[in-house]
Design a protein around this ligand. Structure first.
Ligand SMILES: Nc1ncnc2c1ncn2[C@@H]1O[C@H](COP(=O)(O)OP(=O)(O)OP(=O)(O)O)[C@@H](O)[C@H]1O
Length: 278
């Protein structure tokens, strides 16, 4: 049973549809003929070697990178070559945690969370802004006193949570996470995975998650897309991917790190079973 089925999420309708995507920089072609569908309510993982274009794919989907060819629809609307103003209604429906958090270093955590709120709702009064920011801060597992702190005063894990709080500021339906657990220790990474899964479930989010972290893929992703050779070469559950013969997929999932991740997940399942919580 997939996580999607376990959570009783509705399948079938696509939140993101990418067809025939081509991206490049000068002579370098990054994507060519890339197709992708992300279903409503799933945690969709994207993996691939360094430089295969995972971040460029995300930037294309959210309208920050104009492709050379292809079609991209989010919530049934094209995100390509739209004026910023035209994108506004769509932009409000997603939140993005960029690689490294991308917080404004001169603003406090609470002020960072308020940035999208001020941008989209300039008439909100400051008491309400403070209240919403405080709520989002606590929602991501940060202590309430993190709000007045500056990013430099936080640990790496706390900064990721602050970035997530900002990504959730506008109550999005769709969340983009670019390598959220990079740079976190294993315990911090597992805690962030748990937070992602729990927010997804509570808020009914669709999550587009770029990661190199095998534990994340095993622990929380419903389906995973593999980027290689300028396109998505395979998409499916981890079990479905493991059944494929592609050398990169075999090496990635069945190499030493893949085996370690599988062992950890199996161990966790055994413990849960023994405790009667599975
Ligand atoms: N603005 C840009 N100008 C020129 N080249 C770029 C630009 N953005 C990305 N690239 C190139 O596109 C390729 C894909 O980059 P991207 O950041 O999407 O890779 P990635 O799969 O996310 O890698 P990583 O896993 O290392 O983060 C790389 O070769 C990168 O150098």
């Amino acid at each position: 049973m997939t996580q999607t089925e376990r959570n009783g999420k509705k399948q079938g309708d696509d939140v993101i549809v990418v067809r025939g995507l081509k991206n490049g920089f000068g002579e370098q072609i990054v994507h060519d003929g890339l197709d992708l569908n992300v279903r409503r309510g799933e945690i969709f993982g994207v993996v691939g070697g360094s430089g295969t274009g995972k971040s460029v794919l995300m930037r294309s989907i959210i309208g920050l990178q104009t492709p050379m060819a292809g079609e991209i629809e989010v919530f049934g609307e094209s995100t390509i070559e739209r004026e910023e103003i035209e994108l506004t209604d769509l932009t409000k429906r997603w939140g993005v945690l960029f690689q490294g958090g991308a917080l404004f270093s001169t603003l406090t955590v609470a002020e960072n969370v308020q940035v999208p709120l001020r941008e989209f709702y300039p008439d909100l009064d400051s008491a309400l802004l403070d209240e919403i920011a405080a709520y989002k801060v606590v929602m991501t597992g940060l202590p309430a006193d993190a709000g007045p702190k500056f990013p430099a005063e936080l640990s790496g894990g706390m900064r990721k949570r602050a970035g997530l709080a900002r990504a959730l500021a506008l109550d999005p339906e769709l969340l983009f996470l670019d390598e959220p657990t990079a740079g976190l220790d294993p315990i911090g990474a597992a805690a962030f995975d748990e937070l992602t899964a729990s927010l997804q479930k509570t808020l009914g989010l669709t999550v587009f998650l770029i990661t190199h972290d095998l534990d994340t893929l095993y622990a929380i992703c419903d389906r995973v897309a593999v980027l290689a050779d300028k396109k998505v070469i395979a998409v499916g559950t981890i079990d479905e991917l493991l059944a494929l013969d592609h050398p990169w997929i075999q090496e990635y999932f069945k190499g030493p790190r893949g085996r370690a991740a599988t062992a950890t997940i199996q161990h966790n399942k055994d413990v849960a079973k023994a405790e009667g919580t599975s």
